[in-house]
Design a protein. Structure first.
Ligand code: PXP
Length: 238
């Protein structure tokens, strides 16, 4: 069965909405690990809109499962990864104005730039995953460039507007996962997965780990809101 790596970026999004010290993603990492997560993912963006340098430094110390640093293949981020030494990195495309990562990396188009970044990070003993669309040429190139793993972008599957499109996108994810395994790559998948679309993806036997963030943090609000209100009322009574 696929394991679950939890992306905790949106704990930091909530913190940054107020620019204060809570909720702390470091605390979320501990909770996620105790609940059975196989790893903790944070995306250190160029604009530092949610996760900060301070977070990744502390997380490097406290995460005991596996720290997966999501990042763009820029010289700044490659240097941070080489100094920090997370267990793995996932290279993603990054645009300043996007709300979230919008597509897979174009590994074919940017092969020279990615090759350099992959080599530098690999030299430090850090595992490298490339976030790619479920497209044969992209996966073959990821293998050629020396990535240890791919993360298959499930956004098109997750956002499919009809059952027909969903089935077509699901078939692409399966084929991509099979190709990844044939090439001896680790195979992860993620983006847009939630409580109503995860089962089929989690059942693909070629997928090692899923990367899920937004839906888990969103559910945590309702799983915990009742208790949070009761705690406040109790405190006010005192
Ligand atoms: N994988 C990658 C590469 C991502 O950029 C993201 C979003 O940060 C995720 C997985 C998780 O997506 P979601 O928050 O929709 O679960």
């Amino acid at each position: 069965m696929a394991e679950l790596m939890v992306n905790i970026d949106h704990i930091a999004t909530l913190r940054e909405a107020r620019g204060i010290h809570y909720p702390d993603p470091v605390y979320a990492a501990g909770v996620a690990e105790m609940a059975g997560a196989s790893g903790i993912i944070v995306h250190l963006r160029e604009d530092r809109r949610h996760i900060k340098d301070r977070d990744v430094r502390i997380l490097r110390d406290v995460v005991k499962t596996k720290l997966n640093l999501e990042m763009a293949a820029t010289p700044e981020m490659v240097k941070i990864a080489c100094d920090l030494k997370p267990d793995m990195i996932t290279l993603v495309p990054e645009k300043r104005k996007e709300l979230t990562t919008e597509g897979g990396l174009d590994v074919v188009k940017f092969s020279d730039k990615l090759k350099k970044a992959i080599e530098e990070v690999r030299k430090k003993g850090i595992k490298v995953s490339l976030f790619v669309d479920p497209v044969e040429a992209q996966i073959k190139m990821a293998h050629k460039l020396g990535a240890h793993m791919i993360e298959i972008h499930t956004g098109a599957y997750s956002n499919a507007a009809s059952e027909k499109v969903r089935e077509r996108e699901f078939a692409k994810v399966i084929n991509a996962a099979r190709l990844g395994k044939e090439l001896d790559l680790g195979v992860n998948a993620g983006h847009g997965l939630h409580y109503h679309n995860v089962k089929e993806i989690a059942a693909i036997k070629e997928i090692d780990e899923l990367s899920i963030g937004h839906s888990i943090i969103a559910r945590a609000v309702f799983a915990g809101l009742d208790r949070a209100i009761r705690d406040m009322i109790e405190l006010m009574k005192q």
